[in-house]
Design a protein around this ligand. Structure first.
Ligand code: NAG
Ligand code: NAG
Ligand code: NAG
Ligand code: NAG
Ligand code: NAG
Ligand code: NAG
Ligand code: NAG
Length: 361
């Protein structure tokens, strides 16, 4: 009897609720995560001394925000440091705003700046430009934070978040082999977030109790071209935190499908799961700006019986440099997901798909 009721509980359908769950506040290295033999210090990986030498990599945030106008928003902000990911001797910064509640409202920009440095004199991350910034901020009550803001016409916002949520360590310990060099990556799935964004000329305040930021720090290696999913999957159990998933997929000379899914089953537990298959749909978006063709739906199956049908809710979510020699495009799309978790429980969720087409683009 006991075993049976346990199965029933595990397989309970999802209870409907607001899209964006509250942020997580237990701390980056809570739940014993600090005892793991990580190859780097998470906070030091945000400084010049740790990663400044040969390309400091990517600083990326996706903020899911509930606004004072009762709409939900996705704000993406990303800095790619000079000499990282094939970028050359300049810095890329880009951002977008999507109104999730009214997806007809979307805008984006990408800029390649000659300013190569993303660190302050003290070595801390501080990529500040005339119209955009992304920087580490001093800890408050011991919790380190970050701020990203933009006054560019493509997206105006000022968002601060705390590194307050139990870390998702990609590959289990925060690294995995890419196609030719190690990818170092850790993810903060649901940091506490405050600030505002501008929508159609008006300022919208962020409701910090119903908003959260997934921050992603990645450096050194990268696959040649990839489709990456950063998903917030509902646990399906009231009071139990969401299940974040970071799922890397790519093709290389050796195989048609390679990658690694890291699932934070519970805070502190980073489980690595092989991919079983990834099928893109025939529904695609072709970018006028870059001619890149992006799938808009996928069926993703993992080796543990988890399967997800993932869809972009808006076709055009491509970020690209408008007047550059190279547009350096990336599709940073808001997606929803429905499916089955570990072959048993029906789940739904949402998140971001990042598609980086081949380098010549
Ligand atoms: C990159 O730009 C910086 C600053 O303009 C310069 O000091 C450096 O020599 C350049 N490096 C290369 C490889 O061109
Ligand atoms: C980052 O640099 C800018 C400009 O150099 C400076 O105004 C700002 O205070 C710095 N931010 C932090 C958090 O150090
Ligand atoms: C922000 O950009 C607007 C133009 O879009 C400009 O009028 C304004 O002065 C800028 N604000 C700041 C603080 O730079
Ligand atoms: C944007 O603002 C304009 C002018 O205030 C208004 O006419 C229009 O309906 C607004 N658009 C949306 C989608 O709210
Ligand atoms: C996708 O297109 C191929 C070739 O045109 C076709 O055979 C297949 O049935 C299509 N799949 C779906 C799901 O529409
Ligand atoms: C792409 O170009 C076509 C033809 O110029 C145009 O009709 C269409 O609106 C453009 N689409 C976008 C998303 O800009
Ligand atoms: C997902 O997994 C469930 C349970 O194993 C199965 O019933 C369902 O057909 C699968 N769906 C897809 C799209 O693979």
């Amino acid at each position: 009897m006991a075993a049976m009721s346990k199965t029933l509980i595990l397989c309970l359908p999802l209870v409907a609720k607001a899209l964006i769950s509250p942020p997580e506040t237990a701390g980056l290295l809570s739940y014993g995560l600090g005892t793991l033999p990580l190859p780097y210090n998470l906070i030091d990986s945000q400084t010049e001394s740790q990663t400044g030498g040969e390309g400091a990599g990517s600083f990326w945030s996706s903020s899911f925000l509930h606004g004072s106008d009762d709409h939900d928003y996705l704000v993406i902000s990303n800095v790619i440091a000079a000499n990282s990911f094939g970028l050359g001797n300049s810095t890329l910064y880009r951002a977008s705003i999507l109104d999730i509640t009214d997806p007809s409202q979307y805008s984006q920009f990408s800029v390649i700046s000659d300013k190569p440095d993303v660190f302050s004199d003290d070595g801390n991350f501080n990529a500040t430009f005339a119209e955009y910034g992304f920087a580490s901020t001093p800890p408050i009550n011991g919790v380190p934070g970050m701020r990203t803001w933009s006054n560019a016409s493509g997206a105006k916002f000022d968002v601060s978040f705390e590194l307050s949520s139990p870390v998702l360590l990609n590959g289990g310990l925060g690294y995995f082999p890419g196609s030719d060099s190690t990818v170092y990556e850790w993810s903060l799935p649901a940091g506490k977030t405050t600030g505002w964004l501008q929508v159609n000329g008006s300022k919208v305040r962020v409701d910090s109790t119903r908003s959260r930021t997934w921050y992603d720090r990645q450096w050194t290696g990268f696959p040649p071209t990839w489709t990456w999913f950063a998903l917030h999957i509902e646990s399906g159990i009231p009071g139990v935190t969401d299940i974040p998933m970071s799922i890397w997929t790519w093709k290389d000379a050796a195989s048609n499908l390679a990658g690694v899914a890291t699932i934070r089953d519970a805070p502190g537990i980073n489980r690595v799961v092989p991919l079983a298959s990834l099928q893109p749909s025939n529904r695609t978006y072709t970018s006028n700006a870059t001619t890149a063709v992006y799938p808009l739906d996928w069926v993703l199956r993992l080796a543990d019986g988890t399967n997800l049908t993932i869809s972009s809710t808006r076709e055009d979510q491509e970020l690209f440099v408008q007047d550059g020699a190279l547009p350096f495009p990336a599709y940073e799309g808001y997606v929803t997901a429905t499916g089955t978790y570990k072959g048993c429980r029906k789940v739904t969720g949402y998140g971001v798909v990042e598609v980086v087409p081949p380098r010549e683009m």
